[in-house]
Design a binder for this molecule. Structure first.
Ligand SMILES: Cc1cc2nc3c(=O)[nH]c(=O)nc-3n(C[C@H](O)[C@H](O)[C@H](O)COP(=O)(O)OP(=O)(O)OC[C@H]3O[C@@H](n4cnc5c(N)ncnc54)[C@H](O)[C@@H]3O)c2cc1C
Length: 501
């Protein structure tokens, strides 16, 4: 099957028997009829339709190596720097469609599955069957253009102890037993964004798993259809409250629901398992297969698109109310520009430094991507703050669509006009700013950017542990060697740097 259309996505998800609980109601199947998901499904369908726009054909799709059909570009296994750039252009086309507000578009996990399949031999060290499984799975997802969600984190019960030491060993999802056809999994995992509207659930390790015998049942990697018997998605409250695109311009389009995943003795077939009871390999899966680099490439491509949107929005807000000339306002606009340029520079640096990994898969340079994934979660927290500081009461003097085009129309025209914008358009613009920095949707976006890729504190620890700081220490030591001449210091520093490359 070629890259799918929006209608094909809607039909498949409508036929699925996903088990979902939201707002106190449990539904099995008929997901499209649940009000909280209607707009999200429509938005994701729009993304799939973009694959069929004639002028985007070569950006969004490529010819499958097995079926000769055109399949989604995010499945392309890059063999050159040009391929890496093609992947980014596709990813940014989707990201710009939502102003970077959709974090879990199909390209996010396609990147992981694509990279893991390229490293099939790495899985074979545990079992040759796992290598076969990961390649078959990649091809299945690519050829059917499936949308994946994933769940990595154990329930937030007691973080002071590991999964095996919780009050009950079946709170965090674990392997209960082996059967002839697969393993049985019981317990819960957090937090599957878009879980109820995805085709497949990927269940992978996240934080470091200890290698004791009690921890082995929690160490696995597998993927199953989201409507597998015994699998349930318990959703948070939806922030798409059924208001119009005018009133909730982002929440009414891009609300990616988050869900707790519950495994009620789910049978996972062996052919869908990639690793089983292997803490050491689970802890290395992202780095050794370069899945982390390809996923981060997608993330940075998206966050650059989001920052472009922030700059456009901040600029329009300041123009609308005539504050763009004040120095502190310009300082804040400059902060957004700087964030954008740093993100673009790190992205381009990663692409320019792309090289084949041990499996021959071209992979963006990890150091700039790693720097970006450590920096952006914090830098992005400033966007809502800046918008609030600049838009001020304009974020609250905000009648709804019913007022703007109803009885309040004259008042809106007169009192809510801006320096360079009429009243209704100003309300439309400021409602967008409100949904970017202040609404429940905006709050979730801010939390998402901080945590979705892992805990920034532990990512910082991983950066420090893995970064080669020796050349820089040597340089300082050389400087401290007071009997050394300036020439000796320069030579020592240069040779240390050359060694590190
Ligand atoms: C909006 C949103 C969407 C998400 N979507 C997904 C998704 O689709 N799929 C998915 O798998 N996950 C998803 N996540 C989960 C995300 O991966 C986690 O939030 C992240 O890994 C942090 O884990 P945690 O939330 O359990 O925080 P915790 O680990 O409980 O941390 C809570 C606090 O305690 C500190 N802490 C806890 N343990 C330690 C420790 N060992 N060392 C130092 N500090 C510690 C942390 O620094 C933090 O301040 C999502 C999260 C959010 C907020």
């Amino acid at each position: 099957m070629p890259a799918r259309s929006g209608q094909e996505y809607i039909e498949r998800i409508s036929e699925s028997g996903i088990d979902v609980e939201i707002h106190g109601e449990r539904t099995v199947g008929a997901i499209g009829a649940i009000p909280a998901f209607k707009n999200l499904i429509r938005t994701y369908a729009d993304l799939y339709d973009l694959q069929h726009e004639p002028e985007l054909r070569d950006t969004m799709t490529y010819e499958s190596p097995t079926s000769d059909e055109r399949v989604g570009m995010s499945f392309l296994q890059p063999r050159s720097v040009e391929d890496i750039v093609r992947r980014r252009e596709m990813m940014q086309t989707w990201a710009r469609h939502s102003n970077g507000m959709l974090g879990r578009t199909g390209d996010y996990l396609a990147a992981a599955v694509m990279a893991m399949a390229a490293s099939a031999d790495w899985f074979a060290q545990a079992d040759p069957k796992f290598a076969e499984n990961v390649v078959n799975y990649y091809e299945h997802v690519r050829e059917n253009d499936l949308l994946l969600t994933h769940t990595l984190v154990t329930p937030q019960i007691n973080r002071a102890v590991g999964a095996s030491e919780q009050k009950d060993p079946y709170l965090a999802a674990r392997i209960v037993r082996h059967e002839d056809s697969g393993v049985v999994v019981r317990g819960a995992r957090l937090l599957a964004t878009i879980g109820p509207v995805a085709d497949e659930l990927v269940v992978m390790p996240s934080t470091v798993i200890r290698a004791g015998p009690d921890d082995a049942p929690y160490a696995y990697a597998f993927a199953i259809p989201t409507d597998t018997p015994g699998l349930r998605f318990l959703c948070r409250e939806s922030f798409d409250t059924g208001r119009s695109h005018f009133d909730h311009p982002l929440g009414s389009r891009f609300e990616e629901i988050d869900s707790i995943v519950i495994f009620d003795d789910v049978l996972v077939p062996y052919e869908r398992c990639f690793l089983l009871e292997d803490p050491a390999l689970c802890n290395a899966i992202y780095s050794d297969t370069c899945a982390a680099a390809h996923m981060t490439h997608q993330v940075v491509s998206r966050t650059v698109a989001k920052t472009e949107y922030m700059l456009g929005l901040v600029s329009l807000i300041t123009e609308a109310i005539g504050i763009g000339g004040f120095p502190h306002v310009q300082e804040k606009i400059a902060e957004v520009i700087t964030t954008l340029e740093i993100g673009k520079a790190l992205l381009h640096s990663a692409e320019a430094g792309a090289a084949p990994n041990s499996a021959g898969l071209y992979t963006p340079a990890w150091a700039p991507l790693n720097a970006c994934r450590n920096w952006y979660p914090k830098a992005s927290q400033r966007f809502p703050e800046i918008l609030r500081q600049l838009a001020a009461s304009g974020l609250m003097a905000l009648p709804t669509e019913a007022d703007v085009f109803g009885p309040g129309h004259e008042d809106v025209e007169r009192y809510l006009q801006g320096a360079a914008i009429d009243g209704p358009d100003r309300v439309r613009l400021f409602r967008l700013a409100w949904d970017t920095c202040l609404s429940a949707f905006a709050g979730r976006q801010t939390l998402y950017e901080y945590f979705f890729f892992g805990d920034p504190v532990r990512m910082a620890g991983a950066l420090v542990e893995s970064y080669d700081r020796e050349p820089y220490k040597e340089r300082v030591k050389a400087f401290l060697a007071r009997d050394a001449s300036p020439l000796e210091i320069a030579v020592a520093a240069d040779s240390a740097l050359a060694e590190s490359r």
